[in-house]
Structure formats: C-alpha cells, structure tokens
Design a protein around this ligand. Sequence first.
Ligand SMILES: [Zn+2]
Length: 315
Amino acid sequence: MNYIVLDLEWNQGSRENERDEKLPFEIIEIGAVKVNSAGEITDEFCELIKPAIYHEMHRITEQLIHIQMDDLTAGRPFPSVCRDFLQWCGEDRMFCTWGTLDLVELQRNMEYYEIPPLSEVPFAYLDIQKLFSIAYEDRRTRRNLEFATDYLGILKQEPFHRAISDAYYTAKVFTYVLARKPEVIRNVSYDVYHPPKTREQEVRVVFDTYAKYISRVFESKKEAFADKEVSSSKCYLCHKNLRKKMKWFTLNNKHYYCLACCGQHGYIKYKLRLQKANDGGAFVVKTSRFITEKEKEELIARKEHADEMKKRRKH
Ligand SMILES: [Zn+2]
C-alpha cells in the first residue's frame, strides 16, 4: 500500500456576487508525494490547474502562494488533471493530509465536475497534523506545518504554501512520526463527505484512548436522538449498557455531552456532534472517552451552567 500525502491550493471569488455557492473554493494546484509502506518517499505529482470559475486571484491567495493567473491559464482543466492524479495514486492507497480540509475540497471539486467519488461511504485517512501532536505533543494541540518542520529540524529548501513543497514537508513530518512511533498510524481520521446511509455503513472504531461512532444519516435531529445507539451510553471496553449519571445536555445546540460510570472501568464522557449531510438530513459523530475525577467535575460544572442558562431563558 502507498500513502498519498496530498496538498492542494485553491482560489476563491474576490467579490460577493462572484461566489459560486456550489464551488466556493476552486482548486488551482494539486501537489502530492507518495510514501511506501516502509516509510520511504518514492514519487511525486504536481500540476497547476486552469481555472474555470474564478479568473482573478483572490488577494489572500495571491499573498499566500505567489501564483499568477498567467501561470494557471497555461495549465490543464481540473477534470483531466484530477483523472491523471487519481491514476497516479493507484487503487491501494491511503490519503494523508495536514489538517482536515484538503480531502473535503478535493471531493467538492470532483462532485462539481461529476467525477465518480473517491468513496460512497466514510473512509479512513491520516491527518498528519494530528499524528504530529500525538507523537510529539499532547494529542490536542494543532500546530502549523512550518512549526512541525522546524521542530523536527527538517531542511527548508522550498517556500511554504505551494502544493508540492507543503506535500513534501508533510511527507517528511510523516516519516519522522513513523520512525518515532509507528503505532500512531492506528489513529486514523474518517472523511465523512459521504456519510453512512445505512446501518451497515456506520463506523465503529476503538482507539487507544477513545471510541468513535459515525451514524447513518437521519431525516432530522429529533429522529437521530430517537435512535437507541445514538443516545445510548455504553462502555466501549466491556460493552455494558450504562445508566447515565447525567443526561445529554448542550450549550450550543451542536455539541452534546453526557456522563456514565462503568463499575469496572470508571467514568466515561460521551460527546456527540450533530452534522448536516450535504444532501440533507443529519448524522452524528459520537466519541466516548474515559475521564479523570477532575474532568468529571468540570463536566458537571458545565452541565450546571447549561441548566442555569436554560432557566434564565424561560424567565
Ligand atoms: Zn466497562
């Protein structure tokens, strides 16, 4: 299997009325580096793309990446570059990106041109920004690519914010992470551009420190919460159904929390994120994690705050 370390550059409309709602970010460069299963860089792909929607460079894009429109118009259009890129990737591949945005924009651009999707269901990829945090920091902090490059003492020969150089630096960071802690690649991320449609397509994974469940798409939030598995509080180690110490609550109507205690394994915090599906409806991403006594107290305080807010709104 090959790892495809991908980085994209995109442009956007400069004026409000110029924005195409279906494609707010138009990809103008694809850069990628192939890393084999032994952790060696073996090949690279890089091509500029001739824009079809935004013919003026947005000032942010221009400042950031130093590409001129003239360079782009000499390129090929997205569909043909994308086709060659996917062929170059091969079938047996796993995508790797810095952060979570690139695969979303790649798929949005593919959908716009009616190119068959990368996958009809969620698929695993590696977020190297996250893996860097797990291998070298605290799991939660997210650094920019230049920080990681400096931290690891990687030689900086090319400027940042060009697709191929960012893909190359990301690939270098990845090889360091692999060498230091090969087991971190178990911490895959899931792309949910196409969320599960059926129960069989749902995702259930147990990681080192937490478990994740990605539900199928429901027609409404209400229907999602009515589902047993969505609202349940199970111990992901012994699979016991646990009584909730605290019912589901929210502070922003987007993230929901609840608390339960397994007699054998301790306190578990559940976090549920409601996400809109592109074609309508909503699905949930639920994580369960064992927490310390201190974290438990913090969660209780947060719930009390939520109750207080609710009370105030009623009066
Ligand atoms: Zn348990």
